[in-house]
Design a protein around this ligand. Structure first.
Ligand code: TMP
Length: 222
């Protein structure tokens, strides 16, 4: 099994690429579950609602960080670890790297504090691979606008932040990827879904993760 996380600016196509990977895994008879943060558990979904609901009180950056971490702690203990324990691949839309990027990079909470809280919430559980769908802020905002028009949903307080905020978020993701190249794969989210799916497939074969079922995680124990 493997724990794979998808990260990127809003509108980067994480959900579509996750779907593509689930098709590849199905073709190989590999068991998987997909999940997301904030969310992934009942309590986590309630926290998501609190965080992203329109018109609610805008949380202070520290409050916001603690809510994301609370959702993460519940998610790791009651969903992610049990599924990895059952030898399933866990595909997760956002994880601790998002807190470093949005609350650390974007909201300027110190990196050390975010890293400490991430470690506390996850009890050290790291993704085997984090796939960053890298996208310029300009295109990300255009895609979000189009999505809002299609779904007639107004942006939440994070999505409606300014360009400088999203630039910092993007830079933080890229810095994190540079610091741990073995744990990250950076793909250009401007490519077509087919190209992205092929690139991911190629990477997982290079890592020899798609040749056989895993009986232990590529990066070690749970
Ligand atoms: P999503 O729209 O990709 O599901 O993510 C929800 C929003 O939450 C998105 O704007 C990014 C934000 N977020 C954080 O700010 N910090 C976090 O730790 C996580 C997981 C998400």
């Amino acid at each position: 099994m493997a724990f794979i996380v998808f990260e990127g600016l809003d509108g980067s196509g994480k959900t579509s690429l996750m779907r593509e990977l689930t098709k590849q895994l199905d073709g190989l008879n590999i068991a998987w579950v997909e999940t997301r943060e904030p969310g992934g558990t009942r309590l986590g979904d309630e926290i998501r609602e609190l965080l992203l609901r329109q018109g609610s009180e805008i949380p202070h950056p520290r409050t916001e960080l603690l809510l994301y971490e609370a959702s993460r702690a519940q998610h790791v203990e009651t969903f992610i670890r049990p599924n990895l324990g059952q030898k399933k691949w866990v595909l997760c839309d956002r994880y601790s790297a998002s807190s470093l990027a949005f609350q650390g990079g974007g909201r300027a909470i110190s990196t050390e504090e975010v890293i400490w809280l991430n470690r506390f919430a996850t009890q050290g559980l790291q993704a085997d691979l984090t796939i960053l769908l890298d996208l310029s802020v300009e295109i990300s905002m255009k895609r979000q606008k189009n999505r809002q028009i299609q779904t007639s949903q107004p942006a939440n307080h994070i999505k409606s932040k300014n360009i400088a905020f999203h630039e910092k978020v993007r830079q933080s993701f890229l810095d994190q990827a540079r610091q741990e190249p073995n744990r990250w794969l950076v793909l250009s989210a401007e490519k077509s879904p087919q190209e992205l799916s092929l690139e991911l497939h190629h990477e997982l074969r290079l890592r020899r993760w798609l040749f056989k079922r895993f009986y232990s995680r590529p990066s070690g124990g749970l």
